[in-house]
Design a protein around this ligand. Sequence first.
Ligand SMILES: NC(=O)c1ccc[n+]([C@@H]2O[C@H](COP(=O)([O-])OP(=O)(O)OC[C@H]3O[C@@H](n4cnc5c(N)ncnc54)[C@H](OP(=O)(O)O)[C@@H]3O)[C@@H](O)[C@H]2O)c1
Length: 332
Amino acid sequence: MTTNMQILLASRPSGWVQESDFEMVKTPLPQAGPGQMLIRIHWLSLDPYMRGRMSSAKSYAKSVDIGEVMVGGAVGEVVASSGGKFAVGEFVVGPLGWQQYAVSNGEGLVRVDPDLVPLSAYLGVAGMPGATAWTGLLEHCRPRAGETVVVSAASGAVGSIVGQLAKMQGCRAVGIAGGKAKCDYTVQELGFDACVDYQAGRLYEDLRAACPDGIDCYFENVGGTVMDNVLRLLNPFSRIALCGMISDYNSVEPYGITNLRSLLVNRVRLQGFIVTDRLDLYARAVQQLAGWVAQGRLRYRETVAEGLENAPKAFIGMLKGANLGKQLVRVA
Ligand SMILES: NC(=O)c1ccc[n+]([C@@H]2O[C@H](COP(=O)([O-])OP(=O)(O)OC[C@H]3O[C@@H](n4cnc5c(N)ncnc54)[C@H](OP(=O)(O)O)[C@@H]3O)[C@@H](O)[C@H]2O)c1
């Protein structure tokens, strides 16, 4: 191999992302300098936060520059090392970007064990999305047995784990997802108690029926009308882990929530969080999640795009709900 394929940010989208906002380039295969490693990427993760990095709006992390390789978590194998932190043949996960090969000094990389769980799982259930579910639910929502936990984007990478963790805590787990097939998956395969299809047009009524005792914990992935309807069903002293608001990521005008008064009258505790704020919990979360996967206690699904060239299309598809479970790209 003498060339590297990379996907760069070509333009900043306004509204929906287009495939033309990305550019695929072929560059010479990079070499590992002193203290560096050359890593061959096997799996690339596609995540909603990348939409934010394509924008120049102020956020919690730096934007990708025009002409820069798109940011992204990936799992790869060390194929050459010049005194680098990891040995040739070891597998690592970290911010390696949308490309076939990356040179790294090891910063931000963590060694992973391909014998414990499949490599791709380190980008999903046993990776950043899993740690997000774990931190948001167990640290911020802190549900007690018998309480009702609701999670939106319930069949996705984060939401599918939230519901299963809620069941492990002895809670009633209720999902909200787009379409019957996704709802059936959360109930029949993941063990949620109920799931409401927000696209069916009766969100408030269906959610009220699915949560006869109201809502004690809400794990928010979506925002918009979904959040507005959930707010109407919150119990006094309920908790919201505000993880994401994907319904707004491609909007020019953000949705205006109308039921905020519920937060006041119900004395709700709402905590916005970013998983990397709690690096003290991250390794423990991932270790526990990987163990539960290995024991068969946690289930997960993946939607796989074949080849790096298909990453832009798959990314846009994921933002529109085409994925079931974790959206990945098989690069190698
Ligand atoms: N705070 C953090 O540290 C952190 C870390 C990771 C992820 N997140 C956030 O967590 C959320 C889920 O991320 P993920 O990686 O697990 O993605 P995901 O759920 O696997 O995929 C995104 C899903 O969002 C749903 N969606 C898209 N547009 C929607 C809309 N207008 N209304 C309702 N649902 C919509 C779609 O599912 P449906 O077909 O069901 O609509 C889609 O499949 C995102 O908001 C993301 O930004 C936050």
